[in-house]
Design a protein around this ligand. Structure first.
Ligand code: 9Z3
Length: 309
């Protein structure tokens, strides 16, 4: 068995896995024969430190990239499988997180009848979002699948990929989730909460095998696969992205630096690369970089489907 097979054998599938698998297959079969389907992964994975998990290792990802991109893919006519970290941002509802939504409302007392209204200019903000959301609900083009741990993510990524294999080149994988490179194997984890009176724990993390390899070569060999590369050191960004392309043989790496990811990414191909950025005016106008990323990708995907690349 190869490294990733041994790794999968050691992981327990998430609760309700068979039911989720059925939903994924049904979703893909239900779409019309021309519809393109994208799998968007979003948010960060957790690494439990105990079987009865009290503590875990997490990362910074809020799911902004994934949730915004999912909306733009829906806008471009795609059906979307959104595999996301539970409690991270989701398409549509992301616009109303925290107290934002409550600040959009006001109470109106008319003839002793109390009602709640959307405040003035917020109507214009809400209208297109609600409109798109309702259309997506009616057409059944969005399937949301939550995960929490690295193990859940791995099982769901594989099931979602395999459910897409039957649609060949019409499938795109957009792997924006921040997936941990390290984990604590099940047999190295204590059953119960670690006790402080036992002194400082030594936690030994192991490397997660790269599942991009079986994903590209075995699970969805004809799909348009896009991965993301995150770095904090600019000097490494393009080099590491090219290495990934070479190793996994997929179509494109979208490279980004932690601090500038909201307004600059680099599309890295085996032989070329170019930047996709937001200028000051676009930032002031609240344009999201994901709209440009998805726009560009949808065109590339069409070319790929028609055999032009
Ligand atoms: C990304 O690089 C995403 O763009 C971000 C988005 C996670 C930075 P936010 O959710 O952030 O909007 O706050 N995702 C991939 C990160 C990653 O783990 N990539 C692996 C790597 O860099 C390869 S798959 O080695």
């Amino acid at each position: 068995m190869s490294g990733w097979e041994v790794f999968y054998e050691s992981l327990t599938p998430p609760d309700g896995f068979e039911e989720t698998k059925r939903k994924l297959q049904e979703f893909c079969q239900r779409q019309s024969p021309q519809t393109k389907i994208v799998l968007v992964t979003s948010g960060g994975t957790t690494i439990p430190l105990e079987h009865n998990t009290v503590r875990f290792v997490d990362n910074f990802s809020a799911g902004t990239r994934g949730s915004a991109s999912a909306e733009y893919f829906l806008g471009a006519g795609y059906a979307v499988i959104f595999v996301f970290r539970q409690k991270s941002l989701e398409p549509f509802s992301r616009h109303f997180m925290g107290q934002k939504f409550l600040n959009m409302l006001e109470m109106v007392d008319e003839n002793e009848c109390l009602s709640i209204k959307v405040k003035g200019s917020n109507v214009e903000l809400l209208r297109p979002i609600l409109h798109q959301y309702q259309e997506v609900e009616r057409s059944g083009r969005l399937l949301q699948v939550p995960f929490t741990t690295l193990s859940d993510y791995m099982w769901l990524l594989r099931a979602a990929s395999e459910s897409l294999s039957s649609i060949g080149s019409r499938a795109m994988l957009y792997l924006a989730a921040a997936v941990s490179d390290f984990y604590v194997p099940m047999d190295k984890m204590p059953t119960h909460k670690m006790q402080s009176d036992a002194g400082p724990p030594t936690i030994s993390l192991q490397l997660v095998p790269k599942v991009l390899k079986p994903l590209v070569n075995m699970w969805v060999p004809n799909a348009y696969v896009v991965s993301f590369k995150l770095e904090t050191d600019t000097a490494l960004l393009i080099k590491k992205s090219r290495e990934a392309l070479k190793k996994y043989n997929h179509k494109l790496v979208i490279a980004n630096i932690l601090q500038t990811r909201k307004f600059r990414v680099v599309f890295v191909f085996p032989d070329t690369d170019y930047e996709v950025t937001l200028n000051d005016q676009e930032i002031a106008d609240n344009i999201e970089i994901e709209s440009k990323i998805v726009d560009d990708l949808a065109k590339k995907h069409d070319n790929y489907i028609s055999g032009m690349v």
